[in-house]
Design a binder for this molecule. Structure first.
Ligand code: SAM
Length: 217
């Protein structure tokens, strides 16, 4: 299937409303997710560069930049990238998560935030992210066994019908499969949004934040 046609993020309505969500009903989720990601980021020793795969409008790419990283965004969707360029001054490139146009170890960190849910082959996307990352990955994924995922699916919105959610255990398995020969250390936490603003390794929290560190041989 043509990935550009299958990608809901080329739909002008979705593109136009995307960034506004973070300023309205998504404001609280955004704050909690960033708090969790900040904590995971602190587990890496002085990373300098980061590639966000599936950067969309650059919402998190800009935030990673604000955390002191030289951040770059990559996305398949040109309208989402056009928004990202409009909203900031960071470098963006059009490309496919399944075949990243970068050499091995090109970035200290690679992040995929709410992107694995929409790629056709999550293991391949994680394998590519592992290939181009020197120190590790930061993942943000909606949890299949959460109230949040249940609400998303129940909303009837076509975007969420297309999304594939994962549990923390499933995500760990996918990551281990993708890492293949590379030894990795995996740490995950969830936000319990909207019930509790904490960050705990609870398997039913709405948003899973995962840090994957490459272990030196
Ligand atoms: C839910 S949005 C997430 C955007 C951003 N990371 C955020 O959290 O605000 C998912 C993004 O993944 C992108 N995407 C889907 N499949 C992709 C692929 N194979 N390669 C690159 N980007 C992809 C979509 O175009 C979309 O912008």
């Amino acid at each position: 299937m043509n990935r550009l046609l299958a990608n809901p993020f080329t739909n002008p309505t979705i593109v136009a409303g995307y960034e506004a969500w973070y300023e309205t009903s998504g404001r609280r989720a955004d704050r909690l997710e960033k708090a969790l990601l900040r904590r995971l980021l602190a587990g890496f020793s002085r990373p300098r560069t980061l590639l966000e795969v599936g950067c969309g409008t650059g919402h998190f790419t800009r935030w990673f930049g604000e955390q002191g990283l030289q951040a770059m965004g990559l996305d398949l969707s040109s309208p989402m990238l056009a928004e990202a360029v409009h909203l900031g001054s960071l470098p963006y490139v059009q490309g496919d998560a399944l075949a990243l146009p970068f050499q091995a170890g090109a970035f200290d960190l690679v992040a995929l935030i709410t992107t694995l849910e929409f790629v056709n082959d999550p293991v391949q996307a994680l394998s590519e992210a592992t290939r181009v990352a020197r120190h590790g990955l930061i993942l943000g994924v909606l949890n299949r066994q959460s109230l949040l995922a249940w609400r998303r699916k129940r909303s009837g919105e076509s975007l969420w019908q297309m999304a594939r959610f994962f549990t923390p255990a499933e995500l760990v398995r996918l990551m281990q499969q993708a890492a293949a020969g590379t030894r990795v250390k995996i740490v995950w936490r969830t936000t319990l949004w909207p019930v509790w603003p904490g960050e705990l390794p609870l398997s039913w929290g709405g948003f899973i934040g995962m840090a994957v560190s490459m272990v030196e041989p």
